[in-house]
Design a protein around this ligand. Structure first.
Ligand code: ADP
Ligand code: MG
Length: 355
């Protein structure tokens, strides 16, 4: 399957990732259609050729959408399984495949999946009740409790020491089921953004080094300084994920780097915030690479041409847009979100490291 320019790529999801995917698709001559409950006037909806406003579980609307576009992709991993199934049952081409959603939507399943491939993770305990937590917590000691689903940007997480009251902890965090993870003593965090084409070809971007603040990505540097061993661990793990899932598109694996030993934290079956820097730094950025893969085109060259850093603009950080545009070498991207809120990703900027 190879989509011709002028074909329409459908995107499930309406946020900034969808927006940047639509721009990349337009660059290659594609039309785009964005689907979501708030699609009208959304960051993605404002740059798409077409907007289809409906709930993700409105399967009749999903079926119509799958029939009117030439391929369907998504910008978030919480696409319901029934929605993904409806796309394929309607004869639609879904990329990445539904198996990638199943493997990444739920944190216990995700870590089980990593381990089944021989990929190292921190120790973890599934938690369905205060009793489960009461048993696991003393064993885990310093740890992080996370809701298994719908967490992002550090939301749905609690940092624990090991002696807390399980009942109170679960009541405070809410949600559930949960996963308790041993706290990684990492020296830094890195991520591997990679892509697999319809022909099975795999490309890797350079490793990115990521700094988080309050659970939210603050800064990514490309390329991370990394030994051959670290690069190889990241690529080997990511390759086995891509191949096991018969994956098509861009996928990201986040790692804790514990003195040269990598532990997979989580994966995202989509373009990733730590990959935004590739748009300015590499010959082919992650958004174009994803569109190429979805369209069945040859993947582009991923070499880093301009070593660069990306800084996220959170909440009112974007009020500095005027100064940022005047900063030497800075490339500013704003997501067009109508409302600014504390902790909300509003934009980002990239600049070469040597400036
Ligand atoms: P999210 O879906 O919110 O990105 P993550 O699991 O990636 O969830 O957690 C966000 C951040 O919290 C991580 O990038 C890391 O800085 C920290 N963190 C998460 N899990 C652990 C852990 N087991 N040990 C140490 N730090 C962690
Ligand atoms: Mg994360």
């Amino acid at each position: 399957m190879m989509l011709k320019p002028g074909s329409t790529i459908g995107v499930l999801g309406t946020g900034q990732l969808g927006r940047m995917l639509c721009s990349a698709a337009a660059k290659l001559g594609f039309r785009t259609a964005v689907f979501g409950p708030d699609a009208d006037g959304s960051p993605a909806g404002e740059v798409a050729t077409m907007v289809r406003q409906a709930a993700y579980d409105d399967l009749a609307a999903v079926k119509v959408f799958a029939e009117e576009v030439d391929a369907v992709t998504y910008e978030f991993e919480n696409v319901p399984a029934a929605t993904a199934a409806t796309v394929t049952e309607a004869g639609g081409v879904l990329a990445p495949p539904a198996a990638a959603l199943a493997a990444s939507q739920e944190r216990v399943r995700e870590k089980d999946f990593f381990r089944s491939l021989g990929i190292k993770t921190v120790d973890y305990w599934p938690v369905a009740s205060a009793d489960d937590l009461g048993r696991a917590l003393p064993e885990a000691g310093p740890s992080i409790l996370k809701t298994c689903q719908f967490g992002y940007d550090g939301k749905g997480q609690a940092s624990l020491q090991g002696a807390e009251d399980p009942v109170k902890v679960l009541a405070d965090l809410g949600g559930g089921p949960w996963i308790l993870e041993a706290k990684a003593a990492f020296s830094r965090e890195v991520s591997q953004v990679a892509a697999r084409g319809r022909d099975g070809a795999i490309t890797f971007f350079d490793l990115a080094e990521n700094e988080h603040r309050s659970g939210i990505l603050h800064r990514s540097v490309l390329p991370a300084q990394a030994s051959d061993s670290v690069r190889e661990q990241a690529q080997t793990a990511t390759r086995s994920v891509l191949e096991k899932l018969d994956y098509v598109g861009v996928l990201t694996v986040e790692f804790f780097d514990c003195d040269g030993e990598l532990f997979a934290n989580e994966m995202a079956p989509r373009v990733h915030n730590s990959g935004h820097v590739t748009h300015e730094a590499c010959s082919t950025g992650q958004f174009e690479q994803h569109i190429r893969a979805v369209a069945g085109w040859p993947l582009g060259d991923t070499r880093t041409l301009i070593p660069s850093e990306m800084i996220n603009l959170i909440g009112h950080d974007t009020d500095e847009w005027r100064a940022l545009t005047a900063t030497l070498g800075a490339s500013l991207t704003l997501y067009g979100k109508k409302e600014t809120a504390p902790g909300r990703k509003m934009g980002h900027w990239v600049r070469p490291l040597n400036i």
